[in-house]
Design a protein around this ligand. Structure first.
Ligand SMILES: Cc1cc2nc3c(=O)[nH]c(=O)nc-3n(C[C@H](O)[C@H](O)[C@H](O)COP(=O)(O)OP(=O)(O)OC[C@H]3O[C@@H](n4cnc5c(N)ncnc54)[C@H](O)[C@@H]3O)c2cc1C
Ligand code: SF4
Length: 465
C-alpha cells in the first residue's frame, strides 16, 4: 500500500468576508471525489483506536471503507447501525478530541477526516429519493415516555423504537432538537439538517408531542401511570450570570436568550419573522466556549462593527472547538484574552454603555488543570459596549428535578444517575445528557441515550430494578 497523504483533503468553505454577512453554512462539505480520496487515506487498522474514541462506538473503518469502495448505500447503512444522527455529529462533534485524536494517522500528519466523511455520507443519503424505509419490528407492547427532544431524548427514543417499544417524546418548545435547534446557529448547523434527522427518528415509529412542558402540564409521576418507563433528557437550559453591578441593564442578554431569539425565533429574518433583537454595534461576549463563539459570530452577522470575546484566560485554555475559534478569527472577531468584566455602566435610560474590566495574569493550575487567572491590581479599563452577551455556562433545567418525587439531585442541580445505565434513584425513571452531566456535548448526550435505551429495554423485559 502507498503511504497515505499526510494531509486531510481540505473542505471548501465560504469566504470569511462574505460569510460574516450571512447565516449560510460555512463549510460546503466534500464532493464524491473528495470523499473517496479522503476515505482512501484510512489504513483500515486491525485494532482501530478511532472506534474506542467514539462515545457511540461507530464502526469507523467499516463505514469509511465502503465510501472508499463507492458503496455509499452500504456505508450509510453501516453508520445507522450505531448512530441515528450522523449529519449532526459530522458537523458539531468535537472529533479532534475524540475519534480523530487517536487516529493512527495523527502520528504521521493529519488524522483521517472522520467527521467530514460522516457528514458527507449523511448528506449524500438526504439527496436520494429512493431511501430505504427502516425495517418494521414486532411491538413489545411496552410504552416509554421521553422528556426532551434534544440529542439525548432523540437517541434513546430511536433506539427503543428499533427494539419494538412504543415511544412518545414530550418537548417543551414548539420545535424538536433541543440545543441543536435553539442554540447552535444556522451557519454551523442548518436547521433543515436537524429537521431531517428528527424526521428519521419519527420514521422509526416514535411519536412526538411539542409545546408540552413536563412538570407543568403533567408531572413525571403522572407519566408513570401511563408509561412503563420514563427517560428524562431535559438538558441544561438555565443560564448563569456573573452577578456583577449593573448586570441588569438593558442590552445585556444571556447567550440562551440571544441565540434562541435568533435561531429558533428567526430574529435574523426580522421583519419577516416578528422577533425583536438588539443589534449592537459594539458587542462584547463573555466566555470562551462554543456558546460564546456562536454568540459572537451571530453578533457579527447581525451587523456589529466590533464583536469582542472577553475571556479571562488565554487562547490556549479556551474550551471552544479549535475550528470555531479559527472561523471566528477569520471573520474578524476581536479577542480580549486575560480580561475579566467587573461592572457594567448604563446611560440615563438604563441601557448599557460600557463595561469595566480588569487585566489578568495566569497563576498555578487550578482543579480543572488549567492555569488559574489572577487579577492584576490597578489594571482597570473601560470598553464602550451597547450589547453584551453572557456565555459563561448553564445549569441543568430545574423544573423536572423540583416536581418529581424521590429523585436524587446532585449539588449542581443535576439528576444523579448510574452512568452505565442512566438509572435514577426512582424506579422506572432514567435520565441522561446535560441534565445528568451538566452542559457537555452532543455525542456524550447521545452516548448516554444509547446506554439508557439498553438498560430500559432490559428493565421492560425483566421488571428488575
Ligand atoms: C450555543 C451552543 C453551542 C454548542 N455547540 C456544541 C458543539 O459544537 N458540539 C457539541 O458537541 N456540543 C455543543 N453544545 C452542547 C450540546 O448542544 C449539548 O451538550 C447537547 O445538546 C445536550 O443534549 P441534551 O439532549 O441533554 O439536551 P438539550 O439539547 O438541551 O435538549 C433538552 C430538551 O429538553 C427540553 N425540555 C427541557 N425541560 C423540559 C420539560 N420540562 N418538558 C419537556 N421538555 C423539556 C428542552 O426544550 C430541550 O429541547 C453547544 C451548546 C450550546 C448551548
Ligand atoms: S485509526 Fe484512523 S487510520 Fe485507523 S481505522 Fe481508524 S480512521 Fe482509519
Amino acid at each position: 500500500m502507498n503511504k497515505p497523504d499526510p494531509k486531510m483533503v481540505p473542505m471548501r468553505e465560504q469566504d470569511p468576508s462574505e460569510r460574516r454577512n450571512n447565516f449560510k453554512e460555512v463549510p460546503y462539505g466534500y464532493s464524491l471525489d473528495e470523499a473517496i480520496c479522503e476515505a482512501k487515506r484510512c489504513l483500515q487498522c486491525k485494532k482501530p483506536l478511532c472506534i474506542d474514541g467514539c462515545p457511540v462506538g461507530i464502526d469507523i473503518p467499516g463505514f469509511i471503507d465502503l465510501i472508499a469502495k463507492g458503496d455509499l448505500k452500504g456505508s450509510i447503512k453501516k453508520m445507522k447501525e450505531t448512530n441515528s444522527l450522523p449529519a449532526i455529529c459530522g458537523r458539531v462533534c468535537p472529533q479532534e478530541e475524540q475519534c480523530q485524536k487517536v487516529c493512527i494517522l495523527s502520528k504521521m500528519g493529519e488524522p483521517v477526516g472522520i467527521g467530514r466523511l460522516e457528514r458527507f455520507i449523511a448528506d449524500w443519503e438526504a439527496e436520494q429519493t429512493n431511501r430505504e424505509a427502516p425495517r418494521k419490528v414486532a411491538s413489545s407492547g411496552k410504552k416509554v415516555a421521553v422528556v426532551g427532544g434534544g440529542p439525548a431524548g432523540l437517541t434513546v427514543a430511536g433506539e427503543l423504537a428499533k427494539l419494538g417499544h412504543k415511544v412518545k417524546i414530550f418537548e417543551a418548545l414548539h420545535k424538536m432538537g433541543g440545543v441543536l435547534i435553539y442554540g447552535i446557529p444556522e451557519f454551523r448547523l442548518p436547521k433543515k439538517v436537524v429537521e431531517r434527522e428528527v424526521e428519521y427518528i419519527k420514521s422509526l415509529g416514535v411519536e412526538v408531542v411539542t409545546s408540552f412542558v413536563v412538570g407543568k402540564l403533567e408531572t413525571v409521576d403522572e407519566l408513570l401511570n401511563e408509561f412503563d418507563a420514563v427517560f428524562i433528557g431535559s438538558g441544561a437550559g438555565l443560564p448563569w450570570f456573573m452577578d456583577l453591578p449593573g448586570e441588569n441593564s438593558n442590552g445585556i442578554y444571556s447567550a440562551n436568550e440571544y441565540l434562541t431569539r435568533v435561531n429558533l425565533m428567526k430574529a435574523y429574518k426580522f421583519p419577516e419573522y416578528d422577533t425583536p433583537i438588539i443589534k449592537g454595534k459594539h458587542v462584547a461576549v463573555i466566555g470562551g466556549g462554543n456558546v460564546a463563539m456562536d454568540s459572537v459570530r451571530t453578533a457579527l452577522r447581525l451587523g456589529a462593527e466590533e464583536a469582542r470575546i472577553i475571556y479571562r484566560r488565554s487562547r490556549k485554555e479556551m474550551p471552544a472547538r479549535e475550528e470555531e475559534i479559527h472561523h471566528a478569527e477569520e471573520e474578524g472577531v476581536i479577542f480580549e484574552f486575560l480580561t475579566l468584566p467587573i461592572a457594567y455602566h448604563a446611560d440615563e435610560k438604563g441601557w448599557v454603555k460600557d463595561m469595566e474590566c480588569l487585566r489578568m495574569d495566569l497563576g498555578e493550575p487550578d482543579t480543572s488543570g488549567r492555569r488559574r487567572p489572577v487579577p492584576i491590581e490597578g489594571s482597570n479599563f473601560k470598553l464602550p459596549v451597547d450589547l453584551v452577551v453572557v456565555a459563561i455556562g448553564n445549569s441543568p433545567n430545574p423544573l423536572i428535578p423540583s416536581t418529581t418525587s424521590g429523585l436524587e439531585i446532585g449539588r449542581k442541580g443535576n439528576i444523579v444517575v448510574d452512568t452505565d445505565t442512566g438509572k435514577t434513584s426512582k424506579k422506572g425513571v432514567f435520565a441522561g445528557g446535560d441534565i445528568a452531566t451538566g452542559a457537555a456535548t452532543v455525542i456524550l448526550a447521545m452516548g448516554a441515550g444509547k446506554a439508557a435505551a439498553l438498560a430500559i429495554d432490559q428493565y421492560l423485559e425483566t421488571g428488575k430494578w
